[in-house]
Write a protein that binds this ligand. Sequence first.
Ligand code: ARG
Length: 590
Amino acid sequence: MKKILDLISDEMMQAFEQAGYARTLGTVTLSNRPDLCEYQCNGAMAGAKQYKKAPIMIANDVAAKLCDSLVFEKVEAVAPGFLNLTLKKEFVGNYVKNMRADKKYGLEETKAPATIIIDYGGPNIAKPLHIGHLRSAIIGESVKRILRYIGHNVIGDVHLGDWGLQMGLVMNELKVRKPELIYFDETYTGVYPEEPPFTLSELEELYPFASKRSKEDDAYKADAMNCTFKLQSGVAGYRALWNHIIAISVTDLKKNYARLNVEFDLWNGESAVHNMIPEMVESMKKEGYAYLSEGALVVDVKEETDTKEIPPCMILKSDGAALYNTTDLATIMMRMEQNKPDKIIYMTDKRQELYFEQVFRCARKTKLVKPETELKFIGFGTMNGKDGKPFKTRDGGVMRLESLIQEIHDKMFKKITENRSIENEEASQTAETVALAALKYGDLSNQASKDYIFDIDRFTSSEGDTGPYILYTIVRIKSILAKYTENGGDVQAVCSEIKPPVNQSEKQLMMELAKFNASVETACEEYAPHKLCAYIYDLANALNHFYHDTKILAEEDAEKKAGWIALLTLTRDVLETSIDLLGFSAPERM
Ligand code: ARG
């Protein structure tokens, strides 16, 4: 469906044309004086010079052409030359009725579907998932869903950190503690046990311990680097041990992401491209892009127009070891071969911006991607505590994601069970659903690039611009619909019966609903879930005003009531679709 604003502009443009003025002057925008009108057009002001006429004369000419418009109820030419517009009830009602009949509520799918990879995981194996990975999962999942809804072929890749020094640290520490393990016997040629020699919690304890010690003990660190080298060069025992670590960690990661309602299509890690690195490096050398600088292999990526210093992109360290860059570049190569993406989007902390600039330039220069392949970095700000500093646990440590979710869950559970009797099981399930909405909406409603304050009291509040408020609104609609059914009504049978609005708050609700397609499009073009949040907040407010002003179930006129029920089903569906695009859902009751 065409966007409502475009339909309105079309009508206005036609009037400008009929009155003898340029069509392009007829662009309509939302009113910035909602107390006076719903929409406005400033074209008469813009045309004054060109037509050497007072703007108000142009405005009057145009208004005269719109006397019997099917779109406008009222067109007022006001000094010095504004056109204040009010829509016809039938026009709005009809638009919304058409939305009800449309599969995607008026949203048109893209005419140019692209293959897009989103790299939005980045958890590191053997280290628990922590807050630092939370934002990329939350924002990335939403961007993925929005792009997909609009019709792109989107592939989410977790891009595990599974190949660096942290793997060597874990293995080396294990070797110190259990040197007798068969994995460390390099003369062994048999098969390795299926059972891993450690549990998840043992594994989680190994990394921080080893990491700390390596910072104080150079010989220990050298051993860990040696283990990393053995792993990377394919020593069988080390590879077998590594497989155990991956298996245990990935199971745990999947559990955590599932709890966040985050799902990846690809579970590739940095390790997946290990064997592609020599080929990539060779070609960069052969083509003359890469050269040795102080022993390291680098590619220059600075450009003449740079206003700040962009250092060369390092491909190999002087000892020949691969770096974070190297795996990212080889991953681009692999993705181009396997998935042929038109676009790759990276979602990380904005502190990695310069890093990705180097990687992208290097990938372009060395022709790892096609000239038309788009490489896009989306950097996000930090989640801070109430003190304005990066969020920490009460004792000052790094908060684990699981503990954070649990904390919000417990708070919601308490709210839900307060002053009322509800089965524990149901309360717990509802708390889980609402907690996720509180967490995700609290994050997504901020512009991604900005830092924000994690305020559990505000996020879990059922009033204001919060996830729980949106869910309450949806649950309110569901409960009215359930009562309508209890009283003998048939929601399915009436749900296409939307009629022109009977009061102003119903019209407002309809006008908000009508913005769905434009809001999703903007959120998609700008990779901006916060715009979708702003949309559903306005929509929820409009619904609650309408609910406040209208005695829906008590209405005697059955047809009128049916029209409202239909409108409620559309509002519910638009809200539920939108929150699904944000990555959470609503319960049946709250
Ligand atoms: N593993 C990295 C970290 O924890 C994030 C990876 C981001 N993605 C990428 N393709 N480099 O910081």
